[in-house]
Design a protein around this ligand. Structure first.
Ligand code: B12
Ligand code: SF4
Length: 474
């Protein structure tokens, strides 16, 4: 019997600097193989050449599927899906965007089916039903059109994640190995799904119902065997919350046996924990500090305090571990005072601890399905009515939030860049810019950011015309 080919397409935005393995499709590929299908993963940055490849690979595919998150790249996924539909193919969308917004997704008639939440069980079930001309009305975990109606069924139960492993042989792992610090061959890795916390801007509350599921250590051993052949000298652990069970987490990193980077909540840190991080060769942690205003931290349900953030930074400093702290701004309930406190806290950490790397403050985005999305609607956020509009609204680094005064939006979009410039390595050229940025954070004076115009013009081959063009934009 000929195995049916199932095309799994993931498109990256050209502005995205890092590329990470398509973990979701790597698990789904395992499930499809176990059920007798032939998956083919295509994951690339969007280009006309890639579109041609998608069309070529679609020709002999039974079904063409797309993995989509709520990000600027939704419009590129739309373009590609339409092209494939024009070839007469059955098209399926899965991932967080269609899971949270199935009705909006199905307004585009070239998308035939949506898989809700996880795909390991539901996608093969849909394929089987279509192959055998069965009745899709009996399936759970999908959304589809029936006449003029859109039917959205219940989500399927969570996948038993130990049943599947990531198929590393179905991608070119070399494309995802990158250099980080002294580690020339660092690979992103994943061991669990979900998170028990309740941050109000995060998808987890709605999609994973605050449930965390970790692969067993035996199952991870299998994954470790698979990646061992890549000769890695570090891993990036991409779990939403790797340290939910500390014993399990440390057991895994010991088995991995290479230095690692992981995302950790600030409330997790005490001396004993940091000692074990060091002993197991953790070289950097990423902490969602989010904000320097205690009021904002309460309102976004962070359940971690500024004091805990500083404690984590201090302990990591003591043990020689780098910390990246991410910050957000422009929540609907932000006041000038909150913003001031945010910059003050960032500036204080930057000046006090030399192991800190600041990321942000990035402009808050009301992602559908999150608790803060409803708050955003109350504050005047107009929900896009189509998937294309979602793509436009989310244009990278653009701020169109109604509660941020229009004349201040260009500035909000640039906060993160200014903070990055303020953290550049010392050199004759960078020192004056760094000093200027530090002055800006310290005094909350972000007017006339001509250094950004110089920076942007330099990036594009400096000319006076370019400089004035960017100056106007800022
Ligand atoms: C790695 C990662 C990145 C990487 C790579 C992104 C990429 N190209 O995939 C980087 C760092 C580049 C990135 C960037 C961004 N990211 Co990101 N990222 C993640 C992260 C940490 C892991 C994704 C992952 O692999 N998950 C694990 C797999 C197993 O889950 P999965 O992909 O969801 O797949 C499962 C199901 O969803 C489903 N499924 C998925 N696709 C499909 C397709 C089909 C056909 C089927 C049947 C099923 C199916 O089945 C899979 C297996 O069960 C997630 C958080 C998370 N844990 O998911 C955030 C996350 C996806 N990112 C998010 C966001 C917002 C962004 C940015 C927009 C941030 C920003 N403001 O710049 C950018 C946009 C990037 C872009 N493409 O334009 C949000 C998405 C919110 C939303 N509602 O969509 C998340 C959830 C983070 C969060 N906590 O809010 N991101
Ligand atoms: S701790 Fe991280 S993953 Fe968990 S709910 Fe908060 S933001 Fe989401």
């Amino acid at each position: 019997m000929v195995m049916k080919k199932i095309l799994l397409v993931k498109i990256d935005d050209p502005d995205e600097h890092h590329r990470y393995p398509p973990f979701g499709f790597m698990y789904i590929a395992d499930s499809l193989k176990k059920k007798g299908y032939k998956p083919k993963i295509l994951h690339k940055v969007w280009s006309n050449k890639f579109l041609e490849e998608i069309k070529r690979e679609s020709q002999d595919s039974f079904l063409v599927t797309f993995s989509v998150i709520t990000a600027p790249s939704v419009w590129q996924s739309l373009e590609a899906t339409k092209a494939v539909k024009d070839m007469g193919k059955i098209t399926v969308w899965g991932g967080l965007h269609p899971t949270i917004l199935p009705e909006v997704t199905l307004k585009d008639e070239f998308i035939d089916y949506v898989i809700l939440r996880e795909g390991e069980e539901t996608l093969p079930a849909l394929i089987k039903t279509l192959e055998t001309n069965g009745n899709i009305d009996y399936l759970e975990g999908i959304a589809y059109r029936k006449g003029h109606k859109t039917i959205v069924k219940n989500v399927s139960p969570f996948t038993e994640i130990d049943q599947y492993n990531m198929c590393w042989d179905d991608i070119n792992a070399e494309e995802y190995i990158f250099k980080r610090d002294n580690y020339a061959r660092t690979l992103p890795f994943m061991t669990s799904r979900g998170c028990p916390y309740r941050c109000a801007f995060c998808y987890n509350v709605a999609v994973n119902n605050r449930r965390w599921r970790g692969q067993s250590v035996d199952s991870i051993d299998y994954d470790i065997q698979q990646i061992r052949k890549f000769n890695l000298d570090a891993v990036y652990i991409f779990d939403d919350y790797f340290f939910v069970n500390k014993k399990r987490a440390f057991d895994i990193v010991r088995r991995l046996g290479v230095p690692y980077w992981a995302e950790i909540r600030a409330d997790c840190f005490n001396e004993e924990f940091v000692k074990e991080l060091k002993e197991t060769r953790c070289f950097e942690v990423f902490i969602g500090a989010e904000n320097g205003s205690a009021r904002i931290l309460e309102l976004i349900h962070k359940d971690a305090t500024k004091e805990q953030v500083e404690n984590a930074v201090r302990l990591c400093h003591q043990y020689g571990i780098r910390v990246t702290l991410s910050f957000m701004t422009a929540f609907p309930f932000d006041t000038d005072d909150d913003r001031k406190q945010n910059f003050d806290f960032m500036y204080y950490l930057h000046k006090t601890y030399n192991n800190v790397n600041l990321d942000g403050p990035k402009v808050f985005t009301p992602y559908p399905g999150t608790p803060l999305y409803d708050t955003a609607l109350k504050y005047g956020f107009e929900p896009p009515q189509t998937t294309r509009e979602w793509g436009e609204k989310l244009a990278r680094f653009k701020c169109s939030l109604p509660w941020v005064p229009e004349d201040q939006r260009p500035l909000f979009e640039k906060f993160n860049l200014m903070v990055q410039l303020g953290q550049m390595k010392n050199s004759i050229i960078t020192l004056p810019i760094k000093a200027l940025e530090e002055y800006r954070w310290k005094n909350k004076n972000f007017t006339f950011p001509y250094e950004l115009a110089i920076f942007s013009a330099l990036k594009n081959g400096f000319t006076t015309k370019l400089f004035f063009k960017y100056l106007k934009q800022y």
